[in-house]
Every structure is written in C-alpha cells, then in structure tokens.
Design a protein around this ligand. Structure first.
Ligand code: PLP
Length: 365
C-alpha cells in the first residue's frame, strides 16, 4: 500500500512550464523576473504593501529582528507552542527569549503575555507570535498589548498563508510577517520564505541585508555584515505556479479537516484545534487531542498502515535547549503536546484516504 504522508507537496501542473521559462531566459540565478512576480503575487493576495522573497521563513524572522533593531541582550517574547524555526532567530541575534504559553485557542494567550511583559527583567523589544497549524491567534488583544507597551509585533505565519482574521490575511497585522514555502507547507517552492510589511524602509533594509549588505556602488563595498538569504529565480517560478492554486488548496485542507471532524467527533474523547471567532484558518494540518488514549500508540498503529502522523510541536519551554529560559506557562501547551497528534492533511489526500484513517483511529479507541 502506498504511504500516506503528513503534508506532501502538491503541484499545480504549471510549475514545469514556468521553470522552462526560467531556463529559456537563463536566469538560473538568485533573482530574476519570477522573484519579482512571486513577490507581486503575495502582495496582491495578502494585501501586504511590501514583500521580499527569501530562501526560508527562518531567514525572514532573522531579518525582521535585525531590521527592528533587536540586539544582544534584548528580550524577545514568543509563543512557546511552536516549531523551533519561529525562535531560532532570537538566538542568532544573541537576544533572550521569553516564552508564553497558549490558551484554549492553542495559540499564545494574551493574558499570559501581559504577565510575561510584567515579569521581564527589562522591556522586551519584540514579540513573535505563531499562527499555529494555520489558525490565527487572538490578534485584536495581542495588537492592543503591543501598541500599549511599545513592543514590535512579528507574525510567524509560516503555517498560515491564506488564513484570515476579520477578513484580513494573517501575516499582515504585525510590524512584519513571514510565510514559509518549505516542502510540507500549504504551498511549497521546495524551500523558501517571504517577508512582508507595510513599512517600505524595513523591507528595503531587509533586502540589503539579504544580499550580503553590499553598498550601492559598482565595486564590492561593505559597511556592515549581511547574509545570503534571497530566493532563487527557479524556485520563485514554482512559487508563482503555486500561488495560482492557493484558494483551492485552502478550500481542500478545510474540507479534509471537516471530514475528519465529521468522522471522529462522535468519539467523545476527541477534540480538534478550535478556530477563534471571525477567523478562518487554512487548516494546514488537522490536529486533535485525545482525552484518554495515548497518542503515541495511535501514531504507531497508523504507521503500521503506512500512514504518517506526528505528535504536536513540543513547546519551547520544555526543550532542553531552553531549559534556562524564562517562560510564563500554565501547563496548557504541555498538555496539548502530551495528548495531541497531527493527521495527514495534504490537499492531494482523497476522501477515501481520510475515511480509512478515521476508521483505523476509531477501531483503536
Ligand atoms: C511555525 C513555523 N515557523 C517557522 C518555520 C520555518 O520555516 P522555514 O522552513 O521556511 O525556515 C516553520 C516551518 O518550517 C514553521 O512551521
């Protein structure tokens, strides 16, 4: 039986045509017409005014911190319940993370965020929030707190491209936002990221830093250090083709989620990641928790059937890497981690496959 993956790439069919155009132009290089086109597509779709195509979302978060002036010894608040890629950039800047636990939305708790700000040894410079598994955080409250406290807001929308809150795209609420096009995301360029902002100067600065901070003169002149973080034209061609099907991908992931819900909700002990009011997640991954059953056993049983599933992200405050770090936590994400799993959610999954997965889960409970 063919293996069912968690979230495999799903091509639109146009990718090879666009890659062929790149080859014809011989712009097999970082930068070229498709990089600009990809940035335009993201701006048009999300409503962001400025966008910068990068080789990863991690690079985007690093540039965001650097552009916003986060330096050695600065404090940066962050969602604890996330993937390490959200927070590694804090360490790249030699800044100090303070992790904040989740609430019943599974995303960062605005109430605990306030506590974390009060407890911080000095005023934090920035907050990185993750819209986990494609569902948006309680943005109204978070934005209000950041405004009141004078803290920059960075949205890690790596998993949430296409998700909305009050009809506005995730990633466009904060000072800066990032999307990921890693191989398992709702759209993929095999690897890639996009930094967005309403601030033209910040994106210009990020662009400068992402191309080795070369001064705008003919020879190679450098006054500060930069990075090699831009996206290649070949990968941007894949991105342009992928953008053409984003709405379909969101719709299909939501359908898959609803099918899981329909088939598994009758089981009393199962509950799914919620969606906050007036929001629409992209349901990048369908995720659920079991009240009684051991998720590791279910993962192992699915594996026997060649079906990939995974535990939820292990919270950052539980990671050995951050054992000395400050955290404001109340056990919420720890419980989610211990009780939850991510189910196969790729947009190419068939209804029959979803039903088969549900059947296996039901039969094991
Ligand atoms: C929440 C989150 N943040 C950041 C990243 C990092 O993205 P990238 O792999 O594009 O660097 C990912 C996924 O890879 C992610 O899921």
């Amino acid at each position: 039986m063919e293996r069912i993956f968690l979230s495999p790439p799903h091509m639109s069919g146009k990718e090879q045509e666009y890659i062929a155009e790149v080859f014809e132009s011989n712009y097999i290089a970082p930068l070229g017409a498709f990089v600009n086109r990809f940035e335009e597509r993201i701006k048009n779709y999300t409503g962001a005014s400025y966008a910068l195509a990068l080789n990863t979302a991690t690079a985007g978060l690093h540039l965001a911190l650097r552009v916003l002036g986060v330096q050695e010894g600065d404090y940066v608040l962050a969602s604890s319940f996330t993937f390490i890629g959200s927070v590694n950039a804090i360490l790249y800047q030699k800044a100090i993370p303070i992790f904040v636990d989740s609430d019943e939305s599974w995303n960062i708790s605005p109430e605990l965020l306030k506590v974390a700000i009060q407890k911080a040894p000095k005023k934090p410079k920035a907050l990185i929030i993750t819209h986990l598994y494609g569902q948006v955080c309680r943005l109204d409250e978070i934005i209000a707190i950041c405004k009141e406290e004078g803290i920059y807001l960075i949205e890690d929308a790596a998993e949430s491209l296409g998700a909305t809150y009050h009809g506005q795209q995730s990633g466009t609420f904060g000072d800066m936002g990032v999307y990921s096009f890693n191989g398992n995301k709702i759209l993929t360029t095999s690897g890639g990221g996009m930094l967005v902002s309403e601030n033209e100067a910040w994106i210009a600065k990020a662009k400068f830093l992402s191309t080795q901070a070369k001064e705008p003169v003919l020879h190679y002149e450098h006054k500060e250090y930069g990075y090699n973080y831009r996206m290649s034209n070949v990968l941007a061609a894949i991105g342009v083709a992928q953008m053409e099907v984003l709405e379909q991908r969101v719709a299909r992931r939501r359908e898959i989620f609803e099918l899981y819900q329909k088939n598994l909700c009758p089981v009393n002990e199962i509950s799914f990641m919620p969606e906050i009011q007036d929001s629409q997640g992209n349901r990048w991954l369908s995720t659920l928790i079991f009240e009684k059953s051991d998720p590791l056993k279910i993962i192992a049983l699915l594996e026997k059937e060649h079906i990939e599933s995974r535990p939820l992200w292990k919270p950052m405050h539980m990671q050995p890497l951050f054992k000395e770090s400050l955290a404001v936590e109340d056990g919420t994400s720890e419980k989610l981690f211990q009780q939850g799993i991510c189910l196969p959610s790729g947009s190419s999954l068939s209804n029959e496959e979803v039903e088969r997965i549900c059947e296996i889960i039901r039969s094991t409970l």
